[in-house]
Every structure is written in C-alpha cells, then in structure tokens.
Design a protein around this ligand. Sequence first.
Ligand code: 5GP
Length: 132
Amino acid sequence: MSIFSKIAAGEIPSYKCAENDEFYAFLDINPMVKGHTLCIPRREVDYIFDLEDDEIARFQVFAKKVAVAIKKVLPCVKVGQAVLGLEVPHAHIHLIPMQSEKDMLFSNPKLKLEPEEMQGIADKIYAEFKKL
Ligand code: 5GP
C-alpha cells in the first residue's frame, strides 16, 4: 500500500481538503506556497497516464473543483497544476495557488507552517469544496 493510499484510507493523518468515493485531496506536507494541495485517486496507480480514460477525466474534474475551492480561500492570480510523480509512486496532481510563475518552481525552498495553520487552510478549502 502506498503512503498516499494510507493517507486516503485515514491510516496516516493528513490535512484533508476534499474527497469523494474515488478521489482524495490533502495539503502537501512540504508546501511550496500556502494551500499547496495534492489530489489523488483512491485506486493505487503509480503513473497518472496509466489511469483509464474515463477515470483520468473524472480525476481532472475533481481537481478542478478543488482548484476552485483553493482560489476562494487563498487569493491568487491562478491555481497552477503540475504532475511530477518522481517521489511518491501514486498518481497525484499538485495544485498550487500562484502569485507568479516562480511559485511553480519545485526547486524552491519549502515552507514550514504550524499544524494549526495547515489545519485552518485545509478546513477552509474543504468547506468551499462542499459548497460546489
Ligand atoms: P512528486 O512525487 O510529485 O515528485 O512529489 C511528491 C509530493 O508529495 C512532494 O511535494 C512531497 O512534499 C509530498 N509528500 C510526500 N510524502 C508526503 C506525506 O506523507 N504527506 C503529505 N501530505 N505530502 C507528502
């Protein structure tokens, strides 16, 4: 079971931002910016482009809703989307509220936020997601 499967199953704690039967979203533990969120399918697949056609379509719609919720909570120019998957072998979409192109540089130093602040951000995103 991947670390992200354990997170989606609630076996490892996470700052939950959104969920449905098929997908789960939570804050990246080493955020590039406040609100940096990861979306995953509950089904464990390493490479995102190995997802079935209809599954990846639903995954993108889920990520879109999470991005809409993020933008309501964290004022930003746009929410950027990226897929790397070089570290964790479980498909995931990074959603990153951007002020500028520089916010998408994965070589940037990561933020260290207090647990209370992470929880507050996640709770706000979750509340907005539930309204959609
Ligand atoms: P990638 O696989 O796309 O290169 O990067 C994986 C991302 O997952 C990184 O941004 C990293 O900070 C994040 N990450 C790795 N392990 C955990 C974890 O246990 N919890 C959370 N919330 N994020 C993680």
